[in-house]
Ligand binder design. Sequence first.
Ligand code: GCU
Length: 425
Amino acid sequence: MKKRIEILMLSLFMTATIAGQNKNAPVNYDEGKVPTFELPDPLKCENGESVSTIKQWEKVRRHEIMKLYSEQVYGVTPKQTGIKMKHELVSSNHEAMGGLATSKQVRFTFTGKNGATHQALLLLYIPNNTQGRVPVIVSYNFHGNQTTTFDNEVIYSPSHEIMKSLGSDNWGRGEQASRWSYELALQRGYAIATMSYSDICPDSPELCEYGIPSLLQGYNINSRGEHEWGAIGIWAWGYSRIADYLEKEKRIDKKRMVVLGHSRIGKTALWAGVQDSRFKVVISNDSGCGGAALSKRVFGENIAIITASFPHWFCTAFNVYSENEAALPFDQHELLSLVAPRHVYVASAEDDQWADPRGEYLSAYYTGSVYRLYNMQGLPSDAQPAVNQPQHYDVGYHIRTGGHDVKNYDWQCYLDFCDKVFKKL
Ligand code: GCU
């Protein structure tokens, strides 16, 4: 008996170390130390068959890759959450931004099957300079709608109090305004919809009782089954709920919805865009590890570090690949390929080595074979373009000068790319 307990203890210890997330895992910034690896072929089915038709891709292979990402990375999105949603217009101003836009603030009330309710606040700017339906860029903000602009009419996002109570700062008005090129987008005829991602699920395992998780009966982010969704999955679900609302908004063209996200929200935008085909362009800004960057390069942030630092983001099955990227049966170019034949855009920043710009580029490049299946054009070469030289094919990419951020330059590139895509519709 004692022996059995010892064996059990040993095996528990081993599982803990194998699946051990490790904040102190070494970080590689040396191209010479990138391990040799072979990328899985997105067009090779699990039974070894090669995909040569769109039908085979859509009926077989796409599902296989989707299942891997659901069960091993972000967790399975429940088919039915039982959550109901109501919307209420809190304010509207036809002369926002000096007349450039009509602004609307819309309260989302979510009610769970358990009877609990939760509220989130959407901020929508619609351009006044054009009539009729317009394309929309949907993008979460980090610290509340009020941080994206100096516009005094913008109400503080409901999650700001609870996040501040954890010591999270930068929640003041306009604090992240430099990341939001509202005027540029509006002048170019695009609407923008934003919400704090913390309104959907606070970005902290300590707050798992708050937000959408509180409406899910029996769900606890800290004691989930290994394939159950985590925060990225829940945020991605929230993106789709914003799309539900926008589809009903008179001035929005539901055929021209774009999802954009920076960093952890870039990882989220990719996962949302993969699952929800209403997003015709899916944009990842500096999303790095667990986003656009190839994991097998183990360059910059790696799986051991990310799963240790943010245990609530991914499903816990992902921990198995901590310090073991070589064992991954997939890589992030395959995630991007799930967007085809819609459009995916990956952007990097030169000084953001933590996010592995080269790994982000290669991922976008290697998604090309799936685009070619649709007779579409991926990126032309595995050589990363020079900084500030955007490449806009059916897949888009740019690397700009500077660090981990969203700049006006990024917005310009995204708008150029979207214009090109939407002209073809
Ligand atoms: C950290 C994290 C990244 C993430 C980033 C962000 O740096 O390690 O994975 O993308 O935060 O969201 O800003």
